[in-house]
Design a protein around this ligand. Structure first.
Ligand SMILES: NC(=O)c1ccc[n+]([C@@H]2O[C@H](COP(=O)([O-])OP(=O)(O)OC[C@H]3O[C@@H](n4cnc5c(N)ncnc54)[C@H](OP(=O)(O)O)[C@@H]3O)[C@@H](O)[C@H]2O)c1
Length: 219
């Protein structure tokens, strides 16, 4: 499966977007970190510069990349992506967005009206091919290139080809295996599991991610 020549990240200036940008750039993929503020995106890209082709630009410019990742807070994702629906038409759009709230010290999953953030994004991006991936990878681990990754990435997709393209992108990153786990109807469970992992991480001062057993060499 061919990899996209470039990946744009909406909200790429946050910890999750920065970490993913670094890993994708290290894999040789041209990454455009997107922001509401072009200057901030360029600053972040300059700070991260190192492993590969990485630049910063306004979200609208990042959205013109071959494939696009949504990495904003969940409350902002539908509006941010929806405003770019024309630019994103026909593209693979990967949601790594988790709808979570913190109640005291505990993270709890919020169920968006359409069941998941990925399904919500597909609703506002009717002409795009939305998939869900990268939800469970701690940003700190992504950002620390000296730390080897060892995790499965659950991928949900309504469009089978979009799912395969997402798996290929996941597996371009060393140490990650993409696992197709259903349509966007399953994204609610994937997104909600993030709250569980964050509670585990808080309880055990850990950086947990997930690895499925019983799959054999490849999914
Ligand atoms: N952090 C993690 O370990 C991790 C891991 C996997 C998945 N995720 C998911 O990935 C997403 C991003 O996580 P994060 O921790 O990087 O989040 P974040 O730092 O809170 O936000 C990421 C970026 O989104 C933009 N943003 C913030 N508020 C916005 C608004 N109202 N409208 C439009 N853009 C806005 C900001 O960029 P500009 O100000 O530059 O526009 C910000 O730098 C979340 O949905 C999260 O659940 C996070």
């Amino acid at each position: 499966m061919a990899l996209p020549g470039s990946v744009g990240i909406l909200g790429g200036t946050g910890p999750a977007g920065r970490g993913l940008a670094l890993r994708l750039a290290a894999a040789g993929i041209a990454v455009v970190i997107g922001s509401r503020d072009e200057g901030r995106a360029q600053e972040v890209a300059a700070q991260l510069a190192g492993p590969g082709p990485l630049s910063g630009a306004a979200n609208r410019v990042a959205a013109s990349a071959d494939a696009v990742v949504v990495a904003t807070p969940w409350e902002a994702a539908a509006q941010t992506a929806g405003e770019l629906a024309d630019v994103l038409a026909g593209k693979l759009v990967i949601s790594m967005v988790n709808a979570l709230v913190r109640v005291g010290r505990e993270f709890q999953a919020v169920v968006p009206v359409r069941g998941s953030m990925a399904a919500t994004l597909q609703a506002v991006l009717a002409r795009s091919r939305v998939t869900a991936a990268f939800h469970h990878l701690p940003a700190g681990d992504l950002t620390d290139l000296a730390r080897p990754l060892d995790a499965d990435v659950l991928v949900c997709a309504d469009d089978p080809a979009a799912g395969e393209e997402t798996v290929a992108l996941v597996e371009a990153i060393a140490g990650l295996r993409g696992v197709l786990c259903g349509s966007l109807a399953s994204a609610n469970a994937v997104e909600a599991l993030t709250a569980v992992l964050l509670n585990v991480n808080r309880r055990y001062k850990a950086h947990s991610a997930i690895r499925l057993t019983g799959l054999g060499e490849r999914a």
